[in-house]
Design a protein around this ligand. Sequence first.
Ligand SMILES: C[S@@+](CC[C@H](N)C(=O)[O-])C[C@H]1O[C@@H](n2cnc3c(N)ncnc32)[C@H](O)[C@@H]1O
Length: 197
Amino acid sequence: MLNENIIKQIRDYADKNNVPIMMDEGINYLTNYILENGVKRILEVGTAIGYSAIMMCGVNSDITVTTIERDEKRYLEAVKNIKKMELEDRIDLIYNDALEVNLDGTYDLIFIDAAKAQNIKFFEKFENNLNDNGTIITDNMNFHGLVDKEISEIESRNLRQLVRKVKNYKDFLNYNERYETVFLDIGDGLAVSKKRK
Ligand SMILES: C[S@@+](CC[C@H](N)C(=O)[O-])C[C@H]1O[C@@H](n2cnc3c(N)ncnc32)[C@H](O)[C@@H]1O
């Protein structure tokens, strides 16, 4: 069982320091998915301060998570949080740009929650580490409701570019012959991709 007080402290820190962590609905879906599908080995791209990695580990005592973060301050905060939860043996935290990380292991679940503009690259890089029956889940597919808007309605140029990238990723998943993807209106929108048989 996870220590609820420490979880609350992590959430409060995220709130105060504008660290984006998974919404309740999204994390509930993810933890239920892990439980119902007997997921044991998880790879997460985008640790932030360790909140989702810790929550995923909390589902069962035999779950392990490898998680990657490139921001030093967040990485260091994640190290502290994982230590406080006494999960150092089960969470392998890698401080690097995920696109520079090469992993040998295979995973039952790959959770992509990092730079939205790079989702295709993350997917293509880490699908090699997915078990045949494994699943890739990607967060922020609705991108705070902006994905449903006409691009021309979005004022900021940077945001327009990001929304285009999220839409491109949706197309990439929709037209992917190797994977079947369902899009769920949960939290900020989740894509659940499984290898076609
Ligand atoms: C939305 S946050 C992750 C939240 C976390 N999964 C949670 O729910 O607790 C995204 C994180 O991905 C990190 N990130 C973005 N691009 C990355 C990359 N290429 N490699 C590693 N980390 C990356 C950011 O620094 C940020 O902390």
